[in-house]
Design a protein around this ligand. Structure first.
Ligand SMILES: N=C(N)NCCC[C@H](NC(=O)CCC(=O)O)C(=O)O
Length: 446
C-alpha cells in the first residue's frame, strides 16, 4: 500500500481583509485597516498549492467560509433584509461587523486536528474541527468547517468526523497549528505531539502574562480521547509562555515537524528536555532529528517576523525533505544565513523553496498556516472527494473562478457593500459545484 501526506490548502475567501482582529498576533495588529487584495491572496495560495502538486505531492484544497456571516449577525440581534443587517451592524458595532467579515478560515492549519488511521483505535482517519474560542471572529468557523470536511472526506468507512469541543475557553482548541505528528513512514503508527499554551483548571501552572494562550492541555487530551489514540503514541508539551508573550500565538509559529524531523527554536518549549526524552522513547530505536535553532543565530523576533518555523517541511517523491518558506525568510539576513547553513547540516532537509504569500503573511498566516495535513494510504486517498484535489484542470478552473468573482482591492467601506455579499455568495455557490462538496453554507440551506 502506498502512503501519502496530502496538504489541503485553504482557498482564500472573497472578503479577505485586514481588520486587526487577533490580539497576540503581531502581524494582524500591525496591518489593521490596510487595504487587501482578495484576488492576489487567492492566487498566491493557489500558486503555492499548484507548485507542490508539480513537485509530485498530492495536494488538495478546502473551501472557504461564507462571509459576511449574516447568520451570526442575526444571532446577535441585527434584523431586516441582509443589506439592512450589514448596514446596521457596520454602523452600530464596527468590531462585531468586521469580525463577521473575516476570511480567516483560509488558515486551514486551524481547521481541525487530524489523526491518520495508523494511529487510531478504529483504523479510520479522525477529524475534530477546532473550536477557536479565543477569538470571536474565528469562533464562527467550526460548524461550517465540519460541513466542508464532511463534503471533502465523505466516506464513513475511512473517515470519522467529530463535533468540535465545547465552545469554552477551558477547551480552547486551535487544531493542527498546535499538533505535529512524528513517524518513520506516513502509513505507520506515529507519535502525535500536542502542544498547549496553558492548563485550563490548574492555575498554579505557568501561563503567559501579556498575550492569550489559545490552546489548553485539556483540549489536547479531549481530542486524543476522541480520536482513540494510544497513550504510547501521544506526547503533550507546553509552549514556552514567554514566547507566547513575544507574539508566538500558535506553536506552528515556532516549531514544525515532519516524519523523523522536529525543527524548532531554542525557546519554543517549556521543559523541553523531558518532552524530547519522552518523544524519543515513544518513537523507538530509530533516532529523531531534533533540529534546534539557537537564539544567537535567529532571535524569536526574527522568527515571528519571517515565519521561519511556519514553513512546511515536506518529503518529496525522491525521499529528500524540502522546506516551503515565505519570501520574508529570504529577505532577512539572519534567517537566510541559517537556512543556507541548514541544508548543509546532513539532516533530511536538503533544500528550500521560497513562495510569495504576503497577502496571508500580513495577517500572520505563513505557508504552514495555509494547509491542513492529512496522511492517508491509497485506499483512503481514493475515498476523498476527487474534485478537491489539485491537478492541471482543477487548478485552471479555480484560477478562472477567482478571476471571475474576486475583487482586486478591498477596504473597510467595501465590506458593508451589499453587492459584496451577493458576489461572495455567487462565488461560493459556484465553488460548491466545482468541488462537488454539497450545500455546506447556511445561505444554501435556506
Ligand atoms: N498559525 C496558524 N496556524 N494560523 C495563523 C492564523 C492567523 C489568524 N489571523 C487572523 O485571524 C487575523 C485577521 C485580521 O486581523 O483581519 C489568527 O490570528 O488566528
Amino acid at each position: 500500500m502506498k502512503q501519502f501526506e496530502v496538504n489541503f490548502d485553504g482557498l482564500v475567501g472573497p472578503t479577505h481583509n485586514y481588520a486587526g482582529l487577533s490580539f497576540g498576533n503581531v502581524a494582524s495588529l500591525n496591518n489593521a485597516n490596510a487595504k487587501s487584495s482578495p484576488k492576489q491572496a487567492a492566487k498566491q495560495g493557489l500558486a503555492k498549492a499548484k507548485a507542490l502538486a508539480d513537485m509530485g505531492m498530492v495536494q488538495g484544497v478546502l473551501a472557504p467560509q461564507e462571509r459576511p456571516d449574516i447568520a451570526a449577525l442575526r444571532r446577535l440581534g441585527f434584523t431586516g433584509s441582509d443589506a439592512r443587517v450589514l448596514e446596521s451592524a457596520a454602523k452600530q458595532s464596527r468590531e462585531i461587523f468586521l469580525a463577521c467579515c473575516s476570511a480567516s478560515s483560509m488558515w486551514t492549519a486551524n481547521a481541525a486536528t487530524v489523526s491518520p488511521s495508523a494511529d487510531t483505535a478504529d483504523g479510520r482517519v479522525h477529524f475534530t474541527p477546532a473550536n477557536l474560542t479565543n477569538k470571536f471572529h474565528r469562533s464562527l468557523e467550526p460548524q461550517v468547517t465540519g460541513n466542508i470536511l464532511r463534503g471533502t472526506f465523505a466516506n464513513e468507512k475511512h473517515f470519522a468526523h467529530h463535533q468540535h469541543l465545547p465552545d469554552n475557553e477551558h477547551f480552547g482548541d486551535e487544531g493542527a497549528a498546535n499538533h505535529t505528528r512524528l513517524c518513520s513512514n506516513y502509513g505507520q503508527a506515529g507519535i502525535e505531539l500536542f502542544v498547549y499554551g496553558r492548563h485550563a483548571f490548574d492555575t498554579s501552572k505557568p501561563a503567559p502574562k501579556k498575550y492569550p494562550a489559545r490552546q489548553t492541555l485539556e483540549a489536547c487530551q479531549a481530542v486524543a480521547r476522541l480520536h482513540g489514540l494510544d497513550d504510547d503514541g501521544v506526547v503533550y508539551m507546553q509552549q514556552n509562555p514567554d514566547v507566547i508573550d513575544q507574539g508566538v500565538f500558535h506553536n506552528d509559529v515556532i516549531a514544525v515537524g515532519n516524519q523523523n524531523v522536529l525543527f524548532f527554536h531554542e525557546q519554543a518549549f517549556y521543559q523541553k528536555d523531558a518532552g524530547f526524552k519522552e518523544l524519543q522513547a515513544k518513537f523507538g530505536s530509530e533516532p529523531l532529528h531534533f533540529i534546534e535553532v539557537p537564539t544567537a543565530e535567529v532571535s524569536v523576533q526574527d522568527a515571528v517576523k519571517t515565519y521561519l518555523f511556519n514553513t512546511q517541511i515536506i518529503t518529496l517523491p525522491s525521499g529528500d525533505m524540502t522546506i516551503i518558506a515565505p519570501t520574508e525568510c529570504q529577505e532577512n539576513e539572519a534567517v537566510k544565513r541559517y537556512l543556507d547553513k541548514l541544508v548543509t547540516l546532513g539532516t533530511p532537509i536538503k533544500s528550500v523553496n521560497f513562495f510569495d504569500v504576503k497577502q496571508s503573511m500580513r495577517n500572520g498566516g505563513g505557508p504552514a498556516c495555509l494547509r491542513l495535513r492529512v496522511a492517508m494510504n491509497d485506499q483512503e486517498l481514493a475515498a476523498v472527494n476527487q474534485n478537491t484535489l489539485i491537478n492541471d484542470t482543477q487548478f485552471a478552473r479555480l484560477n478562472a473562478w477567482v478571476d471571475k468573482h474576486y475583487r482586486d482591492e478591498l477596504g473597510e467601506d467595501d465590506l458593508r457593500d451589499p453587492q459584496l455579499l451577493i458576489e461572495s455568495r455567487t462565488a461560493l455557490d459556484e465553488l460548491t459545484q466545482i468541488l462537488k462538496i454539497g450545500s455546506v453554507y447556511p445561505f444554501q440551506q435556506g
